[in-house]
Design a protein around this ligand. Structure first.
Ligand SMILES: [Zn+2]
Length: 248
């Protein structure tokens, strides 16, 4: 039995058995894990408030070979976000972010970039809860990109020519981006403003992106929300829907 120590973001918990909970978290060194926290619903639990969703913790867990479910041994709060718990729209937004992480990240596969991007988004929301929607768009674009579903934003997927800043870009039903001549007018066009807005996610931190987005017209922000919504919907249709079951 191996003991693993890592930082983790608590995403979701649910009751398990008489006094236990299952904790779903994104860890830095092992990706998405499901851990059982024994006795954590008892009054004096050693886990205290560390398992509240969106708490950044350091945790130790036991790992058994061929077992999907690991066993939590010890936790320590690194950063709690209790300040966000009173705002219903933020709580909903964070739950959505957690759902995307659970849907998109394969279990037990470390992804340092995904971990750092997620914690940076959480910090940005914690600092400026009013920027929630912009940070969520940033998160959507990046999780699509990290998991390999975001088309190249810089060049035409067909002829590989770099897009200029003032040409129309077309998105096909395969979610690929093409120049005017390669698309042959097929697919929806992406407005120049949207193309520019989405490309700033590549250069900026979530906090800076959200700051920048305050000057972006509402219409463009709505276009981005529609685009990511559409892309996520199509990707989730393709992902395997069967989740491992927990056998004790
Ligand atoms: Zn082309």
């Amino acid at each position: 039995m191996a003991i693993v120590e890592t930082e983790a973001l608590v995403l979701r918990t649910y009751n398990f058995g008489e006094a236990d909970k299952i904790v779903v978290c994104l860890t830095q060194s092992a990706g998405l894990i499901r851990a059982v926290a024994r006795g954590c619903r008892k009054l004096k639990s050693k886990f205290g408030a560390s398992l509240e969703p969106f708490t950044l913790i350091r945790l130790h867990y036991y790992e058994k070979e061929n077992r999907e479910l690991v066993s939590l041994r010890q936790t320590e709060i690194l950063k709690s976000h209790f300040n966000l718990a009173s705002d219903a729209s933020v709580v909903n937004g964070l739950a959505y972010l957690g759902d995307l992480l659970i849907e998109f990240s394969p279990p037990h596969q470390a992804n340092d970039l995904l971990f750092r991007m997620s914690t940076a988004c959480l910090d940005a929301i914690s600092k400026h809860p009013e920027d929630l929607q912009s940070v969520l768009r940033y998160f959507e674009v990046w999780i699509l990109k990290i998991e390999g579903f975001m088309p190249d934003l810089k060049r035409c997927g067909e002829c590989h020519r770099a897009f200029t800043s003032d040409e129309a870009v077309y998105m096909g039903s395969d979610l690929g981006l093409r120049c005017g001549s390669c698309s042959d007018g097929r697919g929806g066009t992406m407005s120049k403003r949207l193309h520019a807005h989405i490309r700033t996610t590549e250069k900026l931190s979530p906090e800076k992106f959200a700051e920048d987005a305050r000057e972006v017209p509402t219409k463009t922000k709505r276009e981005l929300a529609e685009l990511t919504h559409q892309m996520i919907g199509r990707v989730l249709e393709r992902l395997p829907r069967v989740r491992p079951t927990f056998v004790q």
